[in-house]
Design a binder for this molecule. Structure first.
Ligand code: NOJ
Ligand code: CA
Length: 554
């Protein structure tokens, strides 16, 4: 058991980094990021402390939804390179201790996928049943996912006179997973990528995949997910399913599979804690976040929450109440143009907190110190801002900023040919780029590297039992995570005044002290287990509780 705990379940202590190849580094000067460029930046990721790379979709696609609209599930878009180039990246990443997971987007295809093109030729097409058709849209319709961009989930196909369902854009027809042939395609596709060396999948839009309101009877939808998991486990001994399930905790628990029931997803993003973290930051009150974390249900041993500050989509606040969301909007996205779909924010963190380096570092400290596995979105490690000119959800998907050179060092192509432009103004590459932070010990890059490295040497954060520690200061979150290796204690101050908090850690282990993980100081814990911690304005402290018996290096 011990060995398994330390080594086997790699995702429990991973540092995940999400990027879009197209936006990362252009090596052949055509204005489009490519696998060769990514290969040249794997050392950046390794030095940062990344141990798992999540690649956003790179398959052939008309990119009307930035690649989440695929026309061939088992290929690489030639603009980014070849399958061979991808395999090189997977292998080179492995050499650096980095696993690669990829987006798995089989809720739908692009409407230009050969299956759909054929399916809409006639009602007798052999691919007709790959999709879901109806003579009339249902009387009751679910709200659309992209309000303002779509008005219904059902679209009339003029030629064959029937409606097809699309949970997302109308150019993304949903696949019919009740059809065994579609399930076979899914299995073959997963098997294909596993064989090429990926370590798992970020499963797009899981609730839509298994339970879209298509009216199609697939029996118990969770049985499909269990099946997928069983298949994955037959094909690979350590691949994961990291699911996108934006639901409150009880709903998510169903997608993990309850302890004792057959397993479904290995990991899920904690959308709830993410949203409550912003509410806490805005209120300078740690309680909304603490309440969310305390309400997480117990999971099966190998399951895990993935924490994040923002992902590639709108920063959704859909799990807050209307009043709470309004509060966050007013503070962080005062201009209605910075909001999207009535529920989210199209900005990155640093501009939202007026560039205050303390508050930026605080949020990333939380990302790495909260129980679970941290997930970074490319550019967060240097504090990139968004480019509002890209519009909608694309604002945060501007090219990676490597240097102060032309196009931020992303590409040597003429700037008119770039797949997307970097922002102008204070967050332009002249001001925010990797190169200028690389050798600056006070940079955000250095700070985040410090978090990642400390996280990796503190496996209890990924494995341990979480508790909020009682203390009297509202702006402070004090928490402890207890694992086999010991106790990790962190104190975060979301307020603008320094704080001094008394903590009751209990007498066990006796004769212990708190050793600061970022400097050489230690704090005495008295024989009743009490200690006082000082934390600066918008500050954070990470500790390990050590005794004279401890053999770990701090
Ligand atoms: C969720 C993805 O995160 C989003 O970017 C995409 O538009 C939809 N799923 C549809 O694939
Ligand atoms: Ca290129």
């Amino acid at each position: 058991m011990k060995a398994a705990r330390r080594g086997d379940l790699w995702w429990k202590t991973a540092v995940v980094y999400c990027l879009d190849v197209e936006k990362y580094l252009d090596w052949n000067d055509d204005g489009i990021g490519d696998f060769e460029g990514l290969a040249h930046r794997l050392d950046h990721l390794a030095e940062l402390g990344v141990s798992c790379l999540w690649l956003m979709p790179f398959q052939p696609s008309p990119r009307r939804d930035d690649g989440y609209d695929i026309t061939d599930f088992q290929a690489v878009d030639p603009r980014y390179g070849s399958l061979g180039d991808l395999v090189e990246v997977i292998r080179m990443a492995r050499d650096r201790g980095i696993r690669v997971i990829i987006d798995f987007v089989m809720n739908h295809t692009s409407d230009r996928h050969p299956w759909f093109r054929d399916a809409r030729r006639s009602r007798d097409s052999r691919y007709r049943d790959y999709y879901v058709w109806r003579d009339e849209p249902p009387a009751h319709q679910e709200p659309v996912v992209f309000p303002g961009e779509e008005t219904s989930m059902w679209e009339l196909d003029e030629r064959t006179g029937q409606y097809y369902v699309h949970s997302f854009y109308r150019h993304q027809p949903d696949l019919n997973i009740a059809n065994p042939a579609v399930r076979d395609e899914i299995a073959t596709t997963l098997g294909f990528w596993l064989q090429l060396g990926v370590s798992g999948f970020r499963v797009d839009a899981v609730p839509f995949l298994i339970e879209a309101p298509t009216g199609v009877d697939i029996g118990d939808p969770h049985e499909f997910l269990r099946d997928l998991r069983r298949y994955l486990e037959r094909r690979s001994d350590d691949a994961i399913l990291l699911g996108e399930v934006n639901l409150p905790y009880p709903g998510q628990l169903e997608f993990f599979g309850r302890p004792g029931d057959p397993a479904e997803l290995t990991m899920q993003f904690d959308f709830r804690a993410m949203q409550r973290m912003y509410l806490s930051l805005v209120r300078e009150d740690a309680r909304p976040l603490a309440e969310a974390l305390a309400a997480r249900p117990d999971l099966r041993i190998e399951a895990q929450y993935a924490n994040f500050v923002r992902n590639h989509d709108e920063l959704t606040l859909d799990q807050l109440t209307d009043a709470e969301r309004e509060e966050v909007f007013e503070a962080l996205a005062p201009d209605p143009d910075q909001r999207i779909y009535g529920r989210g924010i199209a900005r990155r963190l640093p501009p939202m907190v007026d560039g205050d380096p303390r508050r930026v570092a605080l949020a990333y400290s939380l990302l790495f110190a909260l129980p679970g596995t941290p997930v970074l979105f490319y550019g967060e490690e240097i504090g990139m801002g968004e480019n509002p000119e890209l519009g909608g959800r694309m604002t945060v998907r501007s090219p990676m900023q490597w240097s102060s050179e032309r196009n931020g060092g992303f590409s040597r192509a003429d700037s008119r040919r770039l797949v997307a432009k970097p922002p102008r103004g204070g967050y332009a590459p002249e001001h925010v780029n990797v190169e200028s932070q690389l050798h600056d010990p006070d940079s955000l890059l250095a700070t985040i590297r410090g978090f990642a490295h400390r996280y990796r040497s503190t496996p209890e954060i990924g494995w341990g039992r979480f508790e909020v520690l009682d203390q009297p200061v509202r702006s402070v979150l004090a928490h402890r995570i207890t694992g086999e290796d010991g106790q990790f204690v962190a104190v975060h101050n979301l307020g603008p005044e320094p704080a001094r908090v008394p903590l009751a850690l209990g007498p066990d282990p006796a004769d212990s002290r708190l050793s600061d993980l970022f400097d050489l100081t230690t704090l005495p814990v008295d024989d009743r287990g009490r200690v006082e911690v000082e934390v600066g304005a918008y500050g954070y402290r990470w500790f390990r509780r050590v005794t004279s018996e401890d053999r770990r290096l701090t």
